[in-house]
Write a protein that binds this ligand. Structure first.
Ligand code: CU
Length: 160
């Protein structure tokens, strides 16, 4: 019985690692670690994160993001204003320089899913469409996950 429990636990852990380690190669870009932070059922917006690596020798830009789960998806930065932490859409498209890695993660640049059209569920996957200036458009699967780090400050900073 105990062995069974350990096996079950091990398979859950490996599934979680798989969910987070998913990697999509798209032209000169490698997209990984795509996830959406779990939210309470009544929330109408959510934040998403991913890692974009540019293995080519030409800069690229993320010019549009969309998803069927939200009416709109923006790319946000976090700014400090009057000692408050606020979020604002990026003024310029997000650039992924040649040979560089851009990591959207909690407390930094993030995807903002606005006016959610459906409830998102932990460990479920939802599709996000990314449009890059050079590489073009691709869809990636984002897993809904719990935040690995406490980010209370960010949540207080929601200012839409
Ligand atoms: Cu935001």
């Amino acid at each position: 019985m105990r062995t069974l429990f350990i096996l079950l636990f091990a398979s859950i852990i490996s599934f979680m690692q798989f969910a987070n380690a998913q990697k999509v190669e798209f032209g000169e870009l490698v997209i990984s670690n795509v996830w959406i932070r779990n939210i309470p059922a009544n929330h109408r917006m959510a934040t998403g994160y991913l890692k974009i690596e540019n293995v080519g020798n030409m800069d690229d830009k993320l010019i549009d993001v969309s998803s069927s789960i939200a009416e709109e998806v923006e790319i946000h930065q976090i700014i400090f204003e009057n000692e408050l932490i606020k979020m604002r859409p990026l003024k310029e498209p997000l650039t992924i320089r040649a040979g560089d890695i851009v990591h959207l993660k909690p407390n930094g640049v993030h995807l903002m899913f606005l006016r959610l059209k459906q409830q998102i569920l932990p460990m479920e996957f939802y599709q996000i469409n990314l449009t890059f200036l050079n590489a073009g458009q691709l869809s990636v699967e984002a897993v809904v996950n719990f935040d690995p780090i406490s980010t209370m400050q960010h949540q207080d900073g929601h200012n839409h």
